[in-house]
Design a binder for this molecule. Structure first.
Ligand SMILES: C[S@@+](CC[C@H](N)C(=O)[O-])C[C@H]1O[C@@H](n2cnc3c(N)ncnc32)[C@H](O)[C@@H]1O
Length: 289
């Protein structure tokens, strides 16, 4: 990334006053088939989003350590969930999504790689019915909240999480927060997009436009017990809402380190940038350190 472009983005976001309005959700703009096609272009755990997936899989593993049953709110095609489930074979996972076509993709991928500890469920994460009947002691959700239609749905979603896990459960939520300037969105989309843009870059742009503000995310997080809200340094472009870290088994820590070591150089640098921006934002206890 160019240092000059980065400095200009920081200046715009830190000094800018007005907040651009929220855009349409990915489903409204691209449709479910469009999202699936975009994920095929760029949303794989060994593709250009590898750093993000590995960073959050590692952090999720620390937060949910020792849990029995963990629900993933909005698992989509299961990219994040399958990596987490593979790293944590002793935990049973429930992948929840309202779109059967997404779940069918996820299920096929799980069968192809041989991941037995995930059950897939069609449900609405803002007003779950099937899930409500299950006992769950951990909840995760990655890159999903910006897909919710309204701020009321956002509040309904975190309230559903809270009533599902009660006061002692583990929570790890991550999502984008809305940038102030459309030019900052251009900057982030351009960081690792191919030329010409592919469908994943379009999905990325649409997701950044649809993000809720940090203030909205902080507000809905208040219904969850024992959480802290963390953002990337200076520009709250990414937000993590999580309960306290637990103890990561040394074998799992070693495995996570080995996965970082095995990343191609550019993706390793992306991962280290992400670690740095969250650490500078105050998120301690880096599992890659
Ligand atoms: C970007 S995808 C999530 C990707 C996945 N968590 C990952 O990180 O690999 C967002 C998902 O949220 C789902 N979704 C949106 N609103 C929902 C709702 N109200 N109930 C259930 N799923 C919903 C969409 O169908 C979509 O699959």
């Amino acid at each position: 990334m160019s240092a000059f472009g980065m400095a200009r983005m920081f200046a715009r976001e830190v000094l800018g006053r007005s907040q651009q309005p929220r855009g349409a959700t990915p489903a409204a703009l691209l449709g479910v088939d469009g999202i699936i096609a975009a994920m095929e272009d760029g949303g794989a755990s060994d593709g250009r989003t590898a750093a993000g997936y590995l960073y959050h899989s590692a952090r999720i593993s620390v937060v949910i350590a020792g849990s029995n049953i963990c629900a993933d709110f909005g698992c989509g095609t299961g990219v994040q969930l399958l990596q987490v489930a593979q790293l944590n074979p002793a935990i049973q996972f429930l992948g929840i999504d309202r779109e059967p076509t997404m779940l069918a993709r996820a299920k096929t991928a799980a069968e192809r790689v041989g991941i037995p500890n995930v059950e897939w469920m069609v449900d609405d994460i803002t007003r779950p019915t099937v899930l409500r009947e299950r006992k769950v002691d951990a909840v995760i959700s990655t890159m999903t909240l910006h897909n919710l239609e309204t701020a009321t749905d956002l509040m309904a979603c975190t309230s559903a999480m809270a009533s599902l896990i009660g006061t002692n459960g583990a929570v790890y939520i991550e999502d984008f927060a809305r940038l102030k300037s459309p030019r900052s969105i251009d900057f982030f989309v351009g960081l690792n997009a191919p030329i010409p843009y592919d469908r994943f870059a379009d999905l990325y742009r649409c997701s950044l436009n649809a993000a809720f503000t940090v203030r909205e995310l902080r507000e809905v997080a208040t219904v969850l017990s024992g959480i802290n809200v963390h953002t990337t340094f200076l520009v709250p472009f990414l937000v993590v809402i999580k309960t306290a870290d637990r103890t990561l088994a040394p074998t799992l820590r070693a495995r996570i380190h080995a996965m970082r070591d095995a990343l191609p150089t550019t993706y390793k640098k992306d991962l280290d940038d992400l670690r740095k921006f969250f650490a500078l934002g105050g998120l301690a206890n880096d599992p890659f350190a």
